[in-house]
Design a protein around this ligand. Structure first.
Ligand code: F6R
Length: 607
């Protein structure tokens, strides 16, 4: 939530353009207000306002923001409503220190009271502003800027990624982090800091990840890192494989549509990535007394599907638990013999990080599946598998559901190889089908995109929808409903089809859309019964079933035919994609921007 960037250039020109472009790549982190500050000849220039990045930047005259370095921010409001006053950057009393911040300062009220009593004049309701005044206070007591920042962060409780500029130091910017992501980019034309790598991918893929409790001084040709205790840190940059093109729309109208179309490639890349790590995951899982999967949102849905995949294919029981409820639910029952798999696209979801910390406090082993290099999760888990989705910029998760589930399916296959009691033919068929999923997915998209678009025109007029499935398809149903509600604002519920008769069916009347996920597995017969029940009450039936399933097609008003032979464990990987397309086209039809749904941000770093 919230994105920060900073840039120090060699040449001194084009700062506004670069910061604008970098900030755009972080827009998924929040978009209710934004701002920029530059430093030129011992003066800070700044602009900020409520609104999306392009709306605000169109009013900024780059000539009026001169200087070779600057910082910028895109906000997702936590403390104080979206407004010009609450937008970042925040400045001290004399407008000579500017700060952008991602995170939450928990003791800000106490700090604010203390600083107000010392005569500091606050202009916003934010927690961030106290940082600028605290730095000012230390500087007025004789500290240089770096020392003042160091003393300031020792006083802060909570999470932060900060970038700071000072009018007294027009050649450098400073940054620090604790529990909020911050990466440094080493470019040809200067150096960057940002909340996430896509911000500077257009200029460099050489990255240094800043760790908790560290500060960096960034000049145009130098980066110096030390920790809060003054220990100097030498860290080599890593070269990431992501490219600028991956972080651009490449001709698609929205990131979400581009990312839906990238899914076959994301599957292919994830299928061939690091077999050794998959083997290690399988070994650790096979020794677990209890196995838990913790995640939030879409990642939780992939965890739920994984629970079925592991139990149905290899007979390993596990429990998928929403991260924010993990500690409440498992309490003290965890032990050192248990294994917790944390799943998170961003690797920064605070609830998932807290679940990890709870597991570690009980000495359980923690494995992580994430998509983002250097994210919080990667530093806290015992072992990490990186999914190969590339950057996911649309706020609604798409590629990552598929690659997370592919990772679990690879683990299941390894467990089958090592311990399976199934016939060799079963395992070989499993392997073959898994390797065929990218191609099958390509066919699904090619065949069904137009049909999902026309279904979207129908759904766009509706106020409610049910998504129903059984077994592993409950997770597909939950994910389909989440996609529709979060980007098209139509009330949608994903449910177990069996459970739908225990209450939800009361809502169904003439024309109520019910979407059934009905692959050709052991659940199909019961699903057929549920379709008939809903139909008898006037529901408009949309079914996703196997090509050639005439019986299902006949009882459906709309039938989306999926490739034959991809039932459990592969069905969620393929069946979720038409649901993503339906949600996307419904949002577009209703005139909404699917990449920036209201009230949401892609990484949720507050509990
Ligand atoms: C839904 C969505 C969210 C995320 C959730 C977890 O489309 O994007 O529900 O899935 O916030 O995020 P990660 O996977 O980054 O932990």
């Amino acid at each position: 939530m919230c994105g920060i960037v900073g840039f120090v250039s060699h040449s001194g020109g084009g700062i506004t353009y670069i910061l604008h472009r970098a900030l755009k790549a972080l827009e998924y982190r929040g978009y209710d207000s934004c701002g920029i500050a530059t430093v030129h000849e011992n003066r800070i220039y700044f602009e900020k306002d409520k609104g999306k990045i392009d709306e605000v930047f169109v009013q900024i005259n780059p000539e009026e923001l001169p200087g070779p370095l600057g910082i910028a921010h895109t906000r997702w409001a936590t403390h104080g409503a979206p407004s010009r006053e609450n937008a970042h950057p925040h400045l001290d009393c004399s407008d000579s220190i500017a700060v952008v911040h991602n995170g939450v300062i928990e003791n800000f009220l106490k700090l604010r009271k203390e600083l107000t009593s010392k005569g500091h004049n606050f202009k916003s309701e934010t927690d961030t502003e106290c940082i600028a005044h605290l730095i000012e206070e230390f500087m007025s007591n004789g500290c240089g800027i770096f020392e003042a920042i160091k003393k300031t962060i020792r006083r802060l409780e909570g999470s932060y990624a900060l970038a700071v500029v000072s009018a007294r130091d027009p050649g450098r910017l400073y940054c620090a982090r604790n529990e909020s992501p911050l990466v440094i980019g080493l470019g040809e034309d200067g150096n960057y800091c940002a909340s996430d790598i896509p911000a500077f991918l257009f200029w460099t893929n050489k990255v240094i990840v800043l760790h908790d409790g560290e500060l960096a001084t960034i000049g145009s040709e130098s980066v110096a890192i030390e920790n809060v205790n003054g220990l100097k840190i030498e860290r080599e940059p890593v070269v990431v494989s992501w490219t600028a093109d991956m972080a651009s729309k490449s001709g698609y109208p929205h990131f979400m549509l581009k990312e839906i179309h990238e899914q076959p490639k994301a599957l292919r890349d994830t299928l061939k990535f690091k077999q050794q790590t998959i083997d290690k995951f399988a070994e650790i899982i096979s020794q677990a007394e209890q196995l838990y999967i913790v995640a939030a949102g879409t990642s939780y849905h992939s965890g739920l599907a994984a629970q079925s995949v592991l139990s149905q294919t290899i007979g390993i029981p596990s429990q998928a638990i929403i991260s924010s409820e993990f500690a409440n639910l498992v309490g003290n029952s965890l032990s050192e013999n248990d294994v917790v798999i944390a799943v998170s696209q961003s690797g920064e979801t605070i609830d998932t990080l807290r679940a990890i910390r709870h597991a570690q406090s009980k000495k359980s082993k923690v494995l992580a599946i994430t998509n983002v290099l250097g994210s919080g999760i990667t530093r806290e888990a015992d072992l990490v598998f990186y999914t190969q989705a590339g950057p996911e910029i649309g706020v609604a998760a798409t590629k990552t559901f598929l690659v997370q589930l592919t990772t679990f399916t690879r683990i299941a296959l390894k467990l089958l190889d090592n311990f399976g009691t199934n016939s060799p033919a079963y395992t070989e068929n499993f392997r073959e089908k898994l390797n065929q999923t990218p191609q099958a997915l390509n066919q699904v998209i090619n065949k069904l995109e137009i049909k999902t678009k026309s279904l979207a025109s129908f759904l766009a007029e509706k106020s409610n929808a049910f998504y129903l499935g059984r077994g592993v398809s409950v997770s597909t149903a939950l994910e389909g409903a989440l996609k529709l509600k979060e980007i098209s604002y139509i009330h949608a519920e994903g449910y177990s089809a069996g459970e739908s008769k225990h209450g939800p069916i009361a809502l169904v009347d003439e024309g109520f859309p019910v979407i059934f996920i009905a692959p050709n597995d052991v659940t199909r017969k019961d699903i057929l019964g549920n379709v008939m029940e809903m139909r008898a009450r006037g529901a408009y039936i949309i079914t996703l079933g196997e090509e050639g399933d005439k019986e299902l097609a006949q009882v459906s008003h709309q039938f989306l035919d999926m490739p034959q032979g991809f039932s459990l464990p592969f069905s969620p990987i393929l069946y979720v994609v038409p649901l993503q397309l339906i949600a996307y086209y419904t949002a577009v039809k209703r005139g909404y921007d699917p990449d920036k749904p209201r009230n949401l941000a892609k990484s949720v770093t507050v509990p």
